[in-house]
Ligand binder design. Structure first.
Ligand code: FMN
Length: 207
């Protein structure tokens, strides 16, 4: 599992999320861990259709699409980075569709409301979340809400979140390049993530 998977949720090529994700993954590699980048816009996949076939099959069998290429990458990577711009006060539709498709990692019982647990939990998995938006305060443009929704989803899957990067006041494509201190923070988070993934994997191998 010694790898970090970066998930980019922006539809805009070479935009701020792409730049932040690249810098975080550079930090990961500088710390000696492998990285892989998935830009969701490059994959053809549908939102979850609620067919619930995953309850029985324990994996997504209802939709044979690009997510089937991403699922094994998630299983294999001990660390995950999620980056999304804010669209209309929350994550992009791409990132939301991706997160909904991770529903197939849950096991549910038949009670209502049901109990559930994640196939990915208790394995020492670590994650980082980054969000970029135009507005300049955390409350104004949906930063707080976006971080909260992404955070809850990642925690529910069984990851520890080792850091979050809210990037405010950035609108134009590539503008974040003009903020070297933000890029340095991104790189530093990547390094910290890599070192925690490595540490956690050593602990799980030698309990
Ligand atoms: C459809 C759309 C909706 C947006 N909604 C918000 C918003 O609610 N709050 C905000 O702060 N920024 C909003 N923005 C601005 C983007 O978050 C901002 O431009 C960001 O830097 C884009 O990141 P990217 O270059 O990675 O795509 C919106 C942009 C678009 C295109």
């Amino acid at each position: 599992m010694s790898k970090v998977l970066g998930i980019g949720g922006s539809p805009r090529q070479n935009g701020n999320s792409d730049i932040l994700l690249e810098r975080m993954l550079k930090g990961v590699r500088d710390e000696g861990l492998a990285s892989e980048e998935v830009r969701l816009r490059d994959y053809q996949f549908q939102p979850c259709i609620g067919c619930e076939r995953c309850r029985k099959d324990r994996r997504c069998t209802g939709l044979q699409d690009g997510m089937q290429l991403i699922y094994p990458k998630i299983r294999e990577a001990g660390g995950m980075v999620l980056v999304s711009p804010i669209y209309s006060y929350n994550m992009t539709a791409l990132m939301k569709a991706f997160i909904d498709r991770l529903y197939s990692f849950y096991h549910f019982d038949d009670a209502r409301p049901g109990h559930w647990h994640s196939q990915l939990e208790n394995q020492g998995r670590k994650a980082v979340i980054a969000v970029v938006g135009e507005q300049s305060t955390r409350e104004d443009g949906g930063m707080e809400l976006t971080l909260e929704t992404m955070r809850r989803s990642v925690l529910a899957l069984g990851y520890d979140i080792i850091g979050e990067l809210p990037v405010l006041g950035i609108f134009h494509k590539g503008k974040v390049r003009e903020y070297p201190q933000v890029l340095e923070q991104a790189e530093d988070l990547g390094r910290r993530l890599a070192s925690q993934v490595r540490e956690s994997e050593t602990r799980f191998r030698n309990p």
